[in-house]
Design a protein around this ligand. Structure first.
Ligand SMILES: NC(=O)c1ccc[n+]([C@@H]2O[C@H](COP(=O)([O-])OP(=O)(O)OC[C@H]3O[C@@H](n4cnc5c(N)ncnc54)[C@H](O)[C@@H]3O)[C@@H](O)[C@H]2O)c1
Length: 284
């Protein structure tokens, strides 16, 4: 597989980070979203981050400039015609992802591989929106994609072994250390194991056994975790955690993934976590 130009679809939190990562690793990248305005804002965020690194002496000005020069922007999917690899990172909604994949399928040359950064939607269902399900694979990056070493790779029911190999190769070219799942399963490895841990901590606090701060302290000192489960929940966002667990509970039909009522109550009260300044902890 020879990849020169990558299309990243979705210029949100993850898409912008993935585009930056691709450019940092020397690839030409097109960052696309529903409007050019979203892409311009994403590129400004990337630029601010790089300017900070230059100011800290962690990056040369010339390197920053060449990374930025490799990122071009598009308010539509037309660049799919000229790209060699596509990474989709749009909103976590099956109908939106399927629509994007169907459009990409019309535009991209038949040999191009489509990777989805979905967290917990079924790869097979996304792939079924195309006429190339054998070339569709999940590549799940972690936040922030420029820093986190892991990419989880997961096949759909019809993904070809060569596509998995190509995704693995791509992840390595992006400087990552990938893990390949043998079969399709909702939410891969990390989200699933972590989701249960976060749920369990919440059940424990909800049943009055210990306060969130003490559970955090216990997990940091007793299990050597760098962050406590409630600190992590605040960072992820309670709404994002709930959506993930609901997908798992629905698709696996397993009560172990149900979340306690306190999560719903906090979401109703707008205590979504760090992004809004309050969650289990107050950040204001
Ligand atoms: N946030 C995380 O920590 C994280 C980690 C790993 C994977 N993911 C996955 O990455 C994906 C994106 O998540 P995010 O946190 O970046 O979301 P986000 O809300 O920050 O960004 C989503 C972007 O998709 C764009 N979009 C929506 N419809 C589109 C379309 N039809 N065409 C092109 N762009 C479109 C939106 O305008 C928005 O800019 C999701 O599938 C999510 O599950 C998120």
């Amino acid at each position: 597989m020879t990849v020169r130009k990558i299309l990243v679809v979705g210029a949100g939190n993850m898409g912008a980070g993935i585009a930056q990562l691709c450019a940092q690793q020397g690839f030409e990248v097109v960052l696309s979203d529903v409007s050019l305005d979203f892409c311009t804002r994403a590129k400004s965020r990337i630029e601010s981050g790089l300017v900070k690194r230059v100011a800290q002496g962690k990056m040369a000005e010339s390197e920053k400039d060449s990374i930025l020069s490799r990122i071009s922007l598009a308010g539509d999917l037309n660049p799919a015609r000229q790209c060699d690899f596509i990474i989709e990172s749009v909103l976590e909604q099956i109908e939106i992802k399927r629509k994007v994949f169907a459009q990409l399928d019309e535009l991209a040359p038949p040999e191009v591989i489509f990777a989805t950064n979905t967290t917990s939607l079924p790869v097979s269902e996304i792939a079924a929106a195309t006429a190339r399900p054998q070339r569709v694979v999940q590549m799940h990056f972690f936040n922030p994609p420029t820093i986190m070493k892991l990419v989880e790779i997961m096949p759909g029911a019809k993904t070809a072994p060569e596509t998995i190999k190509a995704a693995e190769q791509m992840a390595k070219l992006l400087g990552k250390d990938p893990v390949v799942c043998k079969n399709e399963a909702p939410a891969g490895i990390v989200s699933r194991v972590l989701g249960q841990l976060l749920n369990e901590a919440t059940w424990l606090a909800d049943s009055g056994v210990a306060d969130p701060a003490d559970i955090d302290k216990a997990m940091k000192l007793g299990a050597n975790h760098p962050m406590g489960p409630f600190e992590l929940l605040d960072l992820i966002g309670l709404d994002v955690h709930r959506a993930k667990m609901q997908t798992l509970a629905d698709s696996l039909k397993d009560g172990r993934y149900n979340h306690p009522r306190i999560i719903d109550k906090m979401i109703e009260e707008g205590r979504l976590g760090k992004k809004v300044g309050k969650g289990f902890y107050d950040y204001e």
